[in-house]
Design a protein around this ligand. Structure first.
Ligand code: NAP
Length: 641
């Protein structure tokens, strides 16, 4: 029996009201909870503002509290959540806008009200299970996606081994330990769809909490016994005669070992190799100098003069953390980031909200649904390029321009101490051109501190003492921090991949990585890339969604092998080429594809090699299962009599 708090109405004040009212429909079987006067009208600049007068909110909460008391007192759920027309009304209500019809099956799958999803492996028949048991899969990486692969392969009954260069699981959440590092997608969405955590301490939790989550997942699914840590996969080479991959691993003792697998899944992320800037003199600085992804915790910054190069997502998080400690801080900015107002970015999840997540059935599902919709497809129209737009390079459409003005207004309101900096912090490229960061005021507050200077003059060179800018000024420092991003376009850097006939993957790509659905490449059979080319997102949502879809597709591909006795599959060249042509065309239609934007999403050829240019719904549909017609399938040879 659950202890219902005596002040339940008060407790409910901390729960997202539209999600709560939507959950009430299940509890009571009554759709009048979805009445128009209780429907949210969200404020795009502060989505915690639901646009309902406080006294009307109180009324709604009072009614909800009565229903919750009755339910927790023993009244059964009246509607378990299977009636599609009602679910559609619930979706519209919680989103504050009608959901287009074509999204319904996709969103119902994301909601997983029944606890089942298309992402669950389906390996029910004994014959299939027996064939699956004969496969062996090598997974490279034990971060968010590698662990997911392990979970799904276990569920499918496919033997596997995971190899990671690090000493523990977690990938990016293991490596990035800079001060202030935290997730920039709400945690109630940035978690596996099948592993909600009702106890996230913050809406956007810090790195140690994320690491703990993934360590907990490894434990719960008993994955560690499948993982080799501190081991680098140096080469994977396809053996044409036997149709297996041979992988050369280098262990912590420096010894190499070769293992074999029928299939390889790479789960190494896109942002795992720091990029040092191409500036004269890098490496000559005499004091401590390090990249933000390799934070030197042994370097005490207290009272030091510190120079930071870069103003991307990482700098945006650690600069406000270190600014008060250091004697003097210079931030070298090449282009400013867009900071979208998210006032609760650093806030704790109130205990009351945790209570509701844990005890009010379906509230967690509908809250996640609200986050999912509002921060993914619901946001996309803001960054779609209008081909008739002629309002300048700072926007791509009237809607994008209006949003730009609103965000600038929020900047203006923050620049009270040093208003002269305003022009420097307003990007000249459109919102959505690069990944925006979440603004709760700490970044601009840090830049306006007395001990902080924002330098926008180009860096000419790095010297033993500091940094010389193009105007000839030498800035001297005790410590230099490079926050200059990652070698993102260099997919699978450090992994040598030899496909059919010894063909080298990096030579095949020639610096312009492409894959079919971001996962498979002609000439590289049974080789599956996750978070591969053109599967990143700029504004719309969490990369966990992409990983879950990719792994569903890859496990579906293994099922195809097991079901048909096919021993190798690779995409047809025409299918691969046609897909990439469509991707390139579509990327041009978004803010990040604008010719006025230069970013790490574009490779050295200027091609957007990182981003998925369609909706999440399109990736979901494309990855439901592999289409055998898209592949060249190599049957096992008939046994010789
Ligand atoms: P980033 O966004 O690529 O930022 C690199 C910064 O360094 C940019 O400001 C860039 O300027 C600047 N820069 C690069 N080369 C330079 C040079 N030669 N001279 C001067 N400035 C130079 O890297 P990041 O901040 O590490 O973030 C990378 C990605 O990681 C993010 O987009 C995000 O996807 C992910 N991330 C996520 C989180 C999170 O909240 N969960 C946190 C950190 C990172 P330009 O903009 O002019 O190129």
């Amino acid at each position: 029996m659950v202890d219902v708090p005596a002040n339940l109405e008060e407790v409910l004040k901390d729960a997202h009201l539209p999600a709560l009212l939507t959950a009430m429909v299940h509890m009571t079987g009554d759709t009048s909870w979805l009445r128009p006067e209780w429907a949210p009208v969200y404020n795009p600049l502060d989505r915690t503002d639901i646009g309902i007068p406080p006294e009307v909110q109180d009324q709604a909460r009072k009614a909800a509290a009565e229903a919750i008391r009755a339910h927790l007192g023993g009244k059964p759920l009246q509607m378990p959540g299977t009636d599609t027309p009602t679910l559609r009304r619930q979706m519209d209500f919680v989103s504050g806008a009608p959901i287009p019809e074509e999204y319904v099956d996709f969103l119902l799958d994301e909601l997983t009200l029944s606890g089942k999803s298309t992402k669950d492996p389906q390996f029910d028949q004994p014959q299939l299970q027996a064939a699956a048991r004969k496969l062996k899969v090598l997974v490279i990486g034990a971060g968010m996606t590698g662990l997911l692969a392990g979970i799904r392969l276990s569920q499918a009954g496919v033997p596997f081994e995971i190899v990671d260069k690090n000493a523990d699981v977690g990938g990016t959440w293991f490596e990035n330990t800079y001060p202030g590092c935290r997730v920039d997608n709400s945690n109630h969405m940035y978690s596996y769809s099948f592993e909600p955590n009702h106890a996230w301490p913050q809406h956007f939790s810090p790195q140690p909490v994320l690491l703990q989550y993934f360590q907990g997942i490894a434990k719960k699914y008993d994955l560690r016994r499948h993982i080799r840590f501190e081991t680098l996969v140096e080469v994977v080479a396809w053996d044409d005669a036997r149709s297996v991959w041979r992988a050369t691993l280098k262990g912590p003792d420096g010894k190499t070992e070769v293992i074999e697998a029928n299939a390889v899944i790479t789960a190494v992320g896109q942002l795992n190799r720091p990029r040092m800037p191409d500036i004269e003199g890098v490496g000559t600085f005499e004091g401590p100098a390090f990249h933000s992804a390799e934070w030197r915790h042994d370097v005490d910054l207290k009272g030091k003069r510190v120079g930071v190069i870069g103003t991307g997502a990482s700098a945006y998080q650690f600069v406000p953390e270190i600014a008060a400690d250091v004697a003097q801080l210079t931030v070298f900015q090449r282009s400013p980031p867009w900071g979208l107002p998210v006032p609760h970015y650093h806030d704790n999840v109130p205990d009351n909200m945790k209570w509701v997540l844990e005890h009010v059935p379906y509230f967690d599902k509908w809250y996640r649904f609200y986050l999912f919709w509002s921060t993914t497809e619901g946001f996309l129209p803001m960054v779609k390029s209008d081909p008739t737009w002629n309002g300048g390079p700072g926007a791509v459409s009237p809607e994008n321009a209006m949003f730009r003005e609103q965000v600038i207004e929020s900047y203006r309101a923050q620049m009270t101490v040093r208003p002269e900096l305003l022009d420097k912090v307003i990007p000249n490229y459109p919102i959505g051109g690069k990944r925006a960061v979440l603004d709760n005021g700490v970044w601009l507050a840090a830049l306006q501190r007395d001990n902080v200077e924002l330098v926008t003059e180009k860096i000419a060179k790095i010297t033993p003492k500091g940094i010389v800018t193009a105007d000839g000024v030498e800035h001297e420092y005790d410590v230099l921090i490079y926050s200059t991003g990652f070698q993102a376009s260099n997919f699978l850097a450090y992994l040598k991949v030899k496909g059919r006939g010894g063909r080298d993957l990096h030579e095949t790509w020639g610096g312009d990585a492409k894959a079919y659905l971001g996962m498979t490449v002609p000439g590289f059979p049974n080789f599956f890339i996750t978070y591969g080319p053109n599967t990143n997102i700029v504004v719309n949502g969490s990369i966990i969604f992409f990983s879950e879809c990719s792994i569903r597709y890859i496990v579906g591909s293994l099922k195809l092998l097991a079901e048909t006795g096919v021993r190798a599959m690779e995409p047809k060249q025409a299918v691969h080429d046609d897909f990439n042509r469509r991707v390139d065309e579509a990327n041009a239609g978004w803010a990040w594809g604008s010719p006025h934007v230069s970013s790490w999403y574009k490779n050295s050829f200027g091609r957007v090699s990182q981003n998925w240019p369609f909706g999440l719904i399109d990736y979901w549909r494309a990855t439901l299962a592999p289409n055998p017609d898209d592949f060249v399938l190599e049957k096992a040879p008939e046994p010789v009599a």
